[in-house]
Ligand binder design. Sequence first.
Ligand code: S3P
Length: 443
Amino acid sequence: MKFAKCNGLRGEVTVPGDKSISHRSVMFGSIAKGITEVHNYLQGADCLSTISCFRKMGIEIENRGDVVLVHGKGLRGLTKPTAVLDCGNSGTTTRLISGILSAQDFDVTLTGDASIQKRPMKRIMEPLSLMGASIESVNGNGCAPLRISGRKLHGISYTSKVASAQVKSAILLAGLYADGETRMTEPYLSRNHSEIMLTCFGADVRTEMEAATAGDSVSAATADSGSATAIIQPATELHGNLVEVPGDISSAAFFLCAGLMAPNSEILIRNVGINPTRAGILNVIRDMGGNITLLNEPTGSGEPTADILVRSSSLHGTVIEGAVIPTLIDELPMIAAMACFADGTTVIRDAAELKVKESDRIAVMAENLTAMGADVTATEDGMIIRGGRPLHGAVIDSHLDHRIAMTFAVTGLCADGETEILGAECVNISYPQFYEDLKHLIK
Ligand code: S3P
């Protein structure tokens, strides 16, 4: 896939459904009683892996494209799969499903692709074991394949070193089946889609926030918060529900940044989920001087959405650290590339989690931005980007990481000469129509 400098991006785009919310709708729908109807389910490979895993455990799931119907069988309705469960490239599938499987009355083996088999699973193995689960790494390296034998679980009070919605959700899902209250404390509040959706499905879950910590450079609704504790009570049953999946802000991020970076641009992005635990990129953009306007923000409970209008802007550097990091963790590759087009220095810190995503995103971003002529230093927990140098095209190795491929497609539109993305098809993980939607906006 090749890209050359464009003369601006103009028009409207509707990004596909949110990946995190799509996964959860099928998982929670499968262990709820009755039908869960999901609108705007993300038809990316990761979310299809989740559907396939639950079908293998006896759940009927009708995937009609625009609507997915999950015929849930209740908390105790899953059946032992006849084969290994393949989670593909999806960390969310692997970690969240482990919480559910820890409490079933059968044993199962979970695996995934080469990237999944390198990603850390001890972060869920430890708390789930403390709850009484039998969960082991088949190769003894703390990674998938995982062998899980369901057990009777106990409620625990667990403190995680990392702010991680995947760890939190695995513990909360196991907590549904435990014999008492389960508490999970994380250093900062991570995305809270599980808490919101589990509440809609009838679970008793709440969050307690610790007092604020000072010194964060970018203010978000959550950025002045300290640690957060999610608390769940055991459930007798969950009830099927209607789930409207908003557009994925992590997919919208590519158009937001493209519109800011490319001169002569104006893009309207429709129906984007702006849950404050996900929307840190909007605060960073404002902090960098970016011109964005939120329109049509319906009021109501659940997952908030807005249309977002973005225009070319002259940007300046910023510092991104602390509590805002979990609210934009998946957007940091695109933000780092955008920082190359800002005046001054951008510092990203407290983001060591980037090293254990679908690729080592600190190393891969530094390698590819440097290849395009940027002045970037990789650090232990982030990057230092000295903006303002013109970028030139290069051959980009995506390392089969969807967010890296999309980041450099956008960056290629703002660089001199030609940029070629290797492994470009990996965008099918979260945004199969990405290149079509991007090309549609190019003027
Ligand atoms: C996700 C949580 C985040 C994020 C991932 C999706 C989720 O991971 O990076 O893309 O759906 O819960 P961590 O929980 O590991 O931070």
